[in-house]
Design a protein around this ligand. Structure first.
Ligand code: PMP
Length: 435
């Protein structure tokens, strides 16, 4: 207890005011395995945050630890810049075998690093180099990272080169119609903007999109809309960048979320789970886009051997154990039970997701105006639900523009019993927060 309090106090004094997770989750993790984290105060938690979607196999999975130990025990160098190694060779082979469509045979890989935002920067730079253009198409509610270029794409900073397009939403549809019609209107908006000479939007260097918006509040894009984006970009020779940083490695029920639609992107941005819980980020892209000059993109930490080994083990484990399919079926079951909760609790405005990427949007039904298609978001209630979850030993994250969406990102290794335990605690927490 003393150690727990002391560490929390010192870190809250010493760390920047930008601390995020540490604010709402005052936990001092000292041990972890699978779904469970143990705090310095001896309390145990079911972790449905999973390092913001990083831990496909949960904490300290034996195959990941074994892969890391093997590198450590082999005497292999841990730091080699971007030199070729057997560890890198194995990682690249395993990764390429998972890639959709033509990318499996004809991809190039750029090791970036070490974070997702670095890979986003590389992707933006690559398409600007390859096309000689500068503009970018990005979407409302997008999240691509916190460095300058990624932040522009996320809508965090105003930049004339970024054209913001509507992302289709069932709930809170920007066109007020939802469903297929809403997605159709979102697509048409994009086409009109690109085709209207008076819009001021010239052919951009690329379009960057998430197949399921994560930080944006778990918003899955309809497959038809994704195919439409592919056609719109292909017809205009605009490279399509799909950011799979959070959706990748089986989480949504396919190995890569974009595969649900059958779309093959020109560039994929990959991080989080590909490093098996260690920092690793890459872009993979069609070989004809490989317009870099030697040295055009560099970085000291592009060769993290331990992360590549942990990543190889993770990718192989997900593939061999069909964990993407498992995420799909288990996710559908969890969604079903959450929909039951929604029916019983008017404060649950929407339940949505794909695979084990799940969002529960909390709303204030009493505050809805007569003309509001849906009630306004309820961030205070969402925070209360998160805290009630924590009090019951369940770690969940909040997301969405108003932080009113409770996000569940459990490991893909989640068992049925664990899923039930998570749902029981969540239901209790919701009931307690509502009171
Ligand atoms: N893209 C997406 C879709 C993300 O969800 C995130 C992180 N949540 C990033 C990029 C940025 O990754 P990182 O935090 O590792 O920089």
């Amino acid at each position: 207890g003393g150690e727990h309090e002391g560490i929390l106090r010192r870190q809250s004094q010493r760390e920047s005011a930008a601390r995020t997770y540490a604010r709402s989750l005052p936990i001092v993790p000292v041990r972890a395995r699978g779904l469970t984290i143990e705090g310095a105060d001896g309390r145990r938690y079911l972790d449905c945050l999973s390092g913001a979607g990083t831990l496909a196999l949960g904490h300290n999975h034996p195959v990941v630890l074994e892969a890391i130990r093997k590198v450590l025990d082999s005497g292999a160098p841990l730091h080699v810049l971007d030199l070729a190694t057997p560890v890198k060779d194995a990682f690249t082979s395993e990764l390429f075998a998972t890639l959709p469509g033509e990318l499996a045979d004809d991809a190039r890989i750029q090791f970036c690093g070490p974070a997702g935002t670095d890979a986003v920067e590389a992707a933006l730079k690559l398409v600007r180099t390859a096309t000689g253009r500068s503009g970018l198409l990005a979407f409302t509610g997008a999240y691509h990272g916190m460095t300058a270029g990624a932040l522009e794409a996320s809508g965090g900073a105003a930049d004339v080169r970024v054209t913001r397009l509507p992302y289709p939403q069932q709930y809170r549809c920007p066109f007020g119609v939802g469903g297929e019609r809403g997605a159709e209107l979102a697509a048409r908006w994009t086409e009109n903007l690109l085709d209207d000479p008076k819009s001021g939007v010239t052919t951009p260097a690329g379009m960057i999109v998430e197949a399921v918006q994560g930080e944006g509040g778990v918003i899955p894009a309809p497959d038809d809309w994704m195919r439409r984006m592919r056609r719109i970009t292909a017809d205009r020779s605009v490279p399509l960048i799909v950011d799979e940083v959070q959706t990748g490695v089986g989480r949504t029920g396919a190995f890569w979320a974009v595969e649900h639609s059958g779309v093959v992107p020109d560039v994929m941005v990959l991080s989080k789970a590909i490093g098996g819980s260690l920092p690793l980020a890459v872009i993979v892209y069609r070989s004809e886009l490989d317009a870099w000059e030697p040295g055009a993109h560099a970085g000291t930490f592009r060769g993290n051997q331990l992360a590549m080994a942990a990543g190889t083990a993770t990718l192989a484990y997900v593939r061999e154990n069909k964990l993407a399919e498992r995420a799909g079926t288990l996710g559908a079951r969890i969604l079903g039970r959450l929909q039951g909760l929604a029916a019983a609790h008017p404060c649950v405005g929407d339940v949505r997701g794909r695979g084990l990427m799940i969002g529960v949007e909390l709303v204030d039904p009493d505050a809805a105006g007569p003309d509001d298609p849906v009630p306004p978001p309820a961030p205070a209630l969402a925070l209360a639900v998160q805290q009630e979850c924590l009090a019951r030993g369940l770690i969940v994250e909040l997301g969405g523009r108003h932080s009113a969406v409770v996000r569940l990102l459990p490991p893909l290794t989640l068992t049925d019993e664990q899923a039930n335990a998570v749902l029981d605690r969540f239901a209790d927490a919701l009931a307690a927060a509502e009171r």
